[in-house]
Design a binder for this molecule. Structure first.
Ligand code: GDD
Length: 409
């Protein structure tokens, strides 16, 4: 049997995702019309002999209750949310629930970061992992040398694919091959985490007589139950014939900011086009709106047939789109109201926000800079003919004059 664990983190980690994280926990933010966490979960469907899926995080249980019960019945696989009482790090969080995860006696455990966007080639990873015969296999990808330092950089043996060297977010360049945050392990991983915890305890006891050392330990190292998968497990195990790598040639991105969620929404819409085209919207401009490229429209949204939408547009529940509206490269969240001839490009329009007639909400489309797209928080009103460019507007604001490159608090 196999189980899958998805690390969803918690509210304190979500600061870079503001202002959208004020209203929804990041793992539930919709990409291509589906919660972020839905994409790795639905990729798990293709794992042979999958017994269960666990989400581990320190968000309140009630935030995930509805989603977890609906996805369990949809996939016909038990999906359960497990709440940590505090952050334990990516490996420490897994360890907290060792007994529950091992209940089905799985031979393999998939571990997925929730905030990555990729094609999740999980069955291929499982096959490779079995061939290598190690304790764990990491999904890796080549990225540009400039961006590699944002991730775990690693060196792998070109023939055996063994992980030879691993450094988390190094200051000087090590390699353009990076850790994708998607792993498969044997249950042996729990012993390794246990060893890290025991070592820390021993060290702390050893130094107990030297108050200076004790102070240093207390301030410089984490609590003994805080274990990071990358620094504390992958780095020391590299080069010991226990960890291997599987390189993906497909798409991969990390989702830390609202702008990246817009980019990843496009990647998942494109994946729907290839794998489940039935999820996308189609229109002819007569009884339904004109649709350009990949577009998702929630069944409860009302879009006027003279509107033109796409590419990369996701429209959530109960959104109203009036006549003559033009939408490109955007995510329109629940209950938003877009009035006649409003225009949106490279933007996220928050829940219950409203755009007046001829209003324009746009960004330049640079996903890597802070104001590269425009973001409207919940219940923002943009009045008729007002233009909002490359700006972030926090919740409950009314804009009656045009703004450019501003953060409106
Ligand atoms: N449950 C739980 N508890 N989840 C956690 C915790 C925790 O205490 N800490 C982090 N996570 C989750 C995050 O939500 C995320 O999904 C994943 O674990 C990794 O988060 P971080 O440890 O903050 O690392 P990162 O995202 O900056 O970088 C990691 O992922 C990159 C790929 O996206 C590293 O492993 C990098 O090497 C890697 O390139």
């Amino acid at each position: 049997k196999v189980v899958a664990v998805i690390m969803v983190g918690g509210p304190t980690k979500g600061t870079r995702f503001r202002p959208l994280s004020f209203n929804t926990s990041k793992p539930l933010f919709p990409l291509a019309g589906q919660p972020m966490v839905h994409h790795p979960i639905s990729a798990c469907k293709s794992i042979p002999n999958l017994a269960r899926i666990f989400l581990i995080g320190f968000y309140e249980e009630r935030e995930f209750a509805l989603y977890v019960s609906s996805i369990s019945s949809e996939l016909n696989i038990p999906v359960r949310y497990l709440k940590e009482d505090k952050p334990h790090g990516s490996a420490g969080g897994l360890y907290c629930f060792k007994d529950i995860i091992m209940e089905d006696n799985p031979a393999h455990i998939f571990l997925l970061n929730c905030d990555v966007c990729c094609s999740f080639p999980l069955p291929e990873m499982l096959d490779a992992h079995r061939r290598y015969g190690g304790m764990g296999t990491l999904l890796v990808i080549k990225v540009s040398a400039e961006s590699a330092s944002e991730f775990g950089e690693l060196v792998a043996d070109p023939d055996t694919k063994e992980l030879l060297h691993y450094t988390e977010k190094p200051e000087t360049f090590v390699s353009d091959l990076i850790n994708c945050g998607v792993y498969i392990f044997t249950p042996e991983i729990f012993h390794v985490i246990q060893d890290v915890r025991t070592n820390r305890e021993d060290k702390a006891n050893l130094h107990i007589l030297s108050s200076f050392e004790a102070l240093r330990l207390a301030t410089k190292t984490h609590a003994k139950d805080f274990v990071r998968l990358d620094q504390d497990i992958l780095s020391p195990l590299a080069g010991k014939k226990q960890l291997y790598t599987y390189e993906t040639m497909d798409f991969w991105e990390q989702i830390k900011t609202p702008a990246m969620s817009l980019k990843c929404s496009a990647l998942y819409l494109a994946q729907f086009r290839r794998k489940s085209p039935g999820l996308l919207a189609y229109g002819d401009g007569t009884t339904s709106p004109t649709v350009v490229g990949d577009v998702y429209v929630h069944p409860s949204a009302k879009v006027h047939p003279t509107a033109k939408i796409g590419p990369n547009v996701s429209i959530s529940a109960n959104v109203r789109v009036a006549a003559g509206v033009r939408l490109m490269n955007c995510i329109i969240l629940d209950d938003a109201d877009l009035q006649e001839n409003a225009f949106v490009n490279y933007a996220i329009v928050g829940w219950k926000s409203s755009l007046g007639k001829w209003a324009r909400v746009q960004g330049e489309g640079d996903y890597k800079t802070k104001l590269g797209i425009t973001i409207l928080g919940e219940a923002v009103t943009v009045e008729d003919e007002v233009v909002v460019v490359n700006s972030i507007v926090l919740q409950n604001k009314t804009l009656n004059i045009s703004v450019q490159e501003e953060i409106i608090l």
